[in-house]
Design a protein around this ligand. Structure first.
Ligand code: NAP
Length: 252
């Protein structure tokens, strides 16, 4: 737990900041007086965000699945936006695949999913350390999932990438503390939210605006881990009985 974190007058890089939970993060951070650097692939969503938030956002069209993109993005931040003092690694993709069927055809999709969900946040976190360390206080927030705690059968690569990002976030936090860097490193364990990433289905989904508000409130409170909505229950269940947690999440 750190001191409280104020977004007013901060410059915040949000990957996937123009759609889904990221869009709500961008809107709410701008409302708190932050300048948002929103990253994504889709030009139409980025342009719509720029129209909506006027001078409170800078948009960057980047495909984080492309090799070298995280390094190029962090270099651009260092050169043109050194005032950036928070990074929210929010962008992700999820493929539902049965690896027992035509596994060879899945290899490209696996690479892309791993690149966006894991390689990009790892590399952005590391490459942005010099810029973030130059401020009296800064933050790195990695968005994981309840599926990092207990995976579901049909999204093996996604779940593995989120579990790895959870592990990385803990080590990075420990490294920053040992080096006495002024960087709060936070994991946001996201619940099932009503966006394009989550499949249509019978389960009730948390509204993206509430998910974003909970995430921002957790950063403001300086939490190491932000357990969003039902993930709080999952955390307890997993502590009491990992097998029960796996059973609950397997067919989500
Ligand atoms: N929704 C849920 O139920 C749920 C549950 C647990 C965790 N989460 C996590 O919450 C975070 C946000 O997810 P969401 O639900 O808001 O998903 P979403 O609505 O599908 O949005 C995903 C975002 O990631 C961006 N993105 C995807 N691929 C990209 C790429 N190659 N390069 C750059 N940006 C890329 C997308 O922008 P473009 O398409 O424009 O590139 C979009 O802004 C993710 O980390 C996800 O794993 C979500």
């Amino acid at each position: 737990m750190h001191d409280s974190f104020d977004f007013n007058d901060r410059s915040v890089l949000v990957t996937g900041g123009a759609r889904g939970i990221g869009l709500e993060l961008s809107r709410q951070l701008a409302a708190k007086g932050a300048h948002v650097i929103a990253v994504g692939r889709d030009a139409a969503s980025l342009d719509a965000l720029a129209m909506q938030l006027h001078g409170s956002v800078t948009i960057q069209q980047v495909d984080l699945a492309t090799s070298g993109s995280a390094e190029a993005l962090s270099q651009w931040v260092a050169e043109t936006r050194p005032q950036c003092s928070a990074l929210i690694n929010n962008a992700a993709i999820m493929h539902h695949t049965d690896l027992t069927v035509d596994s060879q055809a899945r290899l490209d999709a696996m690479s892309a999913e791993t690149a966006v969900n894991l390689t990009a946040p790892l590399q952005l976190s590391a490459a942005m350390l010099p810029v973030l360390s130059a401020h009296p206080s800064s933050a790195i927030v990695n968005v994981t999932s309840g599926l990092a705690i207990a995976p579901k059968r049909e999204a093996a690569v996604y779940c593995a990438s989120k579990a790895a990002l959870r592990s990385f976030t803990r080590s990075l936090r420990d490294q920053c503390r040992a080096a006495k860097l002024p960087i709060q490193v936070t994991e946001a364990v996201m619940t099932l939210v009503d966006t394009t990433l989550s499949r249509a289905g019978p389960l009730r989904k948390y509204p993206p605006a509430l998910a974003a508000a909970d995430l921002i409130a957790g950063i403001e409170r300086g939490l190491d881990e932000i357990w969003i909505e039902k993930t709080k229950i999952l955390r307890i269940v997993h502590r009491l009985s990992p097998e029960l947690a796996y059973c609950i999440m397997r067919d989500r």
